[in-house]
Design a protein around this ligand. Structure first.
Ligand SMILES: CC(C)(COP(=O)(O)OP(=O)(O)OC[C@H]1O[C@@H](n2cnc3c(N)ncnc32)[C@H](O)[C@@H]1OP(=O)(O)O)[C@@H](O)C(=O)NCCC(=O)NCCS
Length: 166
């Protein structure tokens, strides 16, 4: 894996290493019902702070997981991670609702794809998460398959797209 570069910035969106103090903002961003519905494959109980703390301690302690805080105008707008799932490198991201619709996710993913140069890369997205599907497609990911999985935020099994960046 390529070593992460120095903090990268372009326009108002940038990435930096995650600070412990960012976590309370991520937790707050994780509470939004609309965001949970979109993301679908979420924490069983987004309000469970203990589960959140355990999950993030694992992420921060795992050097194989590449993770960054997304900044917008210097403020913590969200996070983006690359981890292994089913033996393949997969990406995931979450933007706080206050920052939606400004191209933050699109730009953050573009910056992250410079940090993580491993290919192919995969992502899984609920079929009805049109915004995230757009973000991925604008960054070169293409739909290569479909799947089904239990979505905690929906309380049922839903369909998803599997997307890949060659
Ligand atoms: C999905 C998410 C990351 C998008 O973040 P964002 O910063 O608002 O995204 P951007 O502004 O970069 O781009 C969103 C794109 O989707 C489009 N879009 C947004 N809502 C849409 C909708 N309901 N229908 C169609 N297109 C939509 C936007 O127009 C834009 O595309 P465009 O540039 O072609 O116009 C953000 O809403 C989020 O974090 N949601 C909760 C967590 C989540 O879903 N994570 C992804 C899991 S796979």
């Amino acid at each position: 894996m390529t070593e992460p570069r120095e903090d990268s910035h372009s326009g108002n969106t940038g990435l930096r290493d995650i600070l412990e103090t960012d976590l309370e903002i991520f937790f707050e961003q994780q509470q939004d019902p609309q965001a949970n519905y979109m993301a679908a494959f979420t924490a069983e109980n987004p309000a469970d702070e203990n589960a959140f703390t355990i999950k993030w301690a694992k992420i921060l302690g795992d050097e194989n997981i590449v993770k960054r805080t997304i900044l917008y105008d210097g403020r913590v707008a969200g996070h983006i991670v690359k981890f292994e799932q089913f033996g393949e490198p997969e990406i995931s991201y979450w933007i706080g609702k206050a920052y939606w619709g400004r191209g933050v996710a699109t730009r953050a993913l573009a910056l992250f794809l410079e940090v993580v140069q491993e290919r192919p890369l995969y992502a899984r997205v609920a079929k009805d998460n049109i915004a995230s599907t757009r973000v991925l497609q604008k960054n070169g990911f293409t739909i290569i398959g479909e799947g089904k999985g239990y979505a905690n935020a929906r309380g049922e099994e839903i369909e998803e797209y599997i997307v890949k960046l060659e």
